[in-house]
Design a protein around this ligand. Structure first.
Ligand code: SF4
Length: 361
């Protein structure tokens, strides 16, 4: 596959590749690259690129240059979007996977949206935002279901192409979420973008505890690398801050853990912070619970009980966490990111997760 590996994404030429045949499985889309680990990058056609709020249930437009994510966080809800793509193709008679990966397909077979399609789709989709909002600023969130700066971006640069296109617009709100220091490659563009739009870059990190990070995130950059990236962004005058998503009950939600995380973010220059609790949707259960059982068996039964009826953490817990986050952010001097913040603040308690004996200061 070395020939495929050396293909330039600028000249892609992937449409010239025949269907790939491996063993008995015929894969319907061109494979752009194949890693020794078995991870593949497969080219995907894209008819649209901006998902409107009503199709996702989020209150902003979203844009994802890839489907799937090499970082492979076990709590990631985006596995469902990946499965949807695979199954929809299967309904059309196409086979996108060479083997059955189960939920792991999300991090093993990454769909790379074809650059020319993405740009053409943006040309079609951007006027929809302008028409529907008549001059009002509107948010486009980049990276809600993939990391736009996962390692593949170094080669395929689809995110960069999107940012370049967005610099010819003005007056939008653009939010970008990533765990990767690769975002610093685009500081020049982000500065241009910030002149045209209201820009927020959310560097995502759940905790400063490397052991917990590695337990739940298979291949993400370690915390110090993310803080360094955050620091570089802010030093370049980019409006960047910390997003803590998800906060893991009983693991990363203590006052001490959150304070340490927020302080480290403040020391790196973060301009804002946002934190939200774990959701355990059906797509998250299968990859997440085995990891929890392996690394933190004492908590597994409590998680199963708490998330038995719903994807959301119990309401009391969510409210108490929100209060705790607000308090600590205030102490540390970090403003909360209001574009993503929860709105209510009913009195509640965290004792459901944090037994009184827990070290919490
Ligand atoms: S980095 Fe983000 S998109 Fe990628 S697996 Fe982790 S949570 Fe999902």
């Amino acid at each position: 596959m070395s020939g495929m590996r050396s293909c330039s994404h600028t000249s892609l030429g992937m449409h010239l590749l025949p269907l790939l045949r491996l063993g008995e499985v015929r894969v319907s889309l061109p494979v752009l690259e194949r890693r020794r680990s078995g991870t593949q990058f497969v080219e995907q056609r894209a008819r649209t690129i901006l998902n409107p709020p009503e199709s996702t249930g989020m209150h902003f437009w979203s844009l994802n240059p890839y489907v799937g994510c090499e970082f492979g966080c076990s709590y990631c809800y985006a596995r469902l979007a990946h499965r949807y793509v695979v199954e929809r193709a299967r309904d059309r008679g196409q086979t996108l996977l060479e083997q059955e990966w189960g939920w792991e397909a999300f991090e093993r077979v990454i769909f790379v949206k074809r650059r020319a399609d993405v740009l053409a789709a943006l040309d079609r989709d951007l006027p929809r935002i302008r028409r529907r909002n008549e001059g009002l600023r509107q948010t486009i969130a980049i990276g809600t279901a993939t990391d736009p700066y996962q390692p593949a971006e170094r080669k395929f640069a689809i995110t960069r192409a999107v940012l370049v296109r967005l610099t010819s617009e003005r007056g939008l709100r653009v939010g970008l979420v990533t765990k990767s220091p690769l975002v610093c490659r685009d500081i020049d563009l982000l500065r241009d973008l910030q002149r045209q739009h209201h820009l927020t870059v959310h560097v995502s990190l759940i905790t400063t505890d490397k052991r917990i990070v590695r337990a739940f995130e298979a291949r993400t950059p370690l915390p110090h690398a993310r803080f360094r990236a955050l620091n570089k962004l802010v030093a370049s005058q980019i409006n960047a801050g910390l997003i803590v998503a998800p906060v893991l009950p009983g693991l990363t939600d203590s006052k001490r853990a959150l304070r340490r995380l927020f302080r480290a973010a403040a020391a790196a220059g973060a301009r804002f912070v946002h934190a939200s609790p774990l959701r355990v949707s059906p797509a998250v259960r299968a990859p997440f619970f085995p990891v929890l059982e392996r690394h933190f068996p004492d908590l597994a039964a409590r998680y199963r009980r708490a998330y038995a009826q719903a994807s959301e953490a119990p309401e009391d817990y969510r409210n108490a966490l929100q209060e705790r986050v607000q308090d600590i952010a205030r102490q540390v001097g970090l403003p909360l990111d209001t574009s993503l913040a929860a709105s209510d603040s009913e009195p509640a308690q965290l004792s459901f997760w944090s037994p009184p004996t827990a070290v919490d200061e």
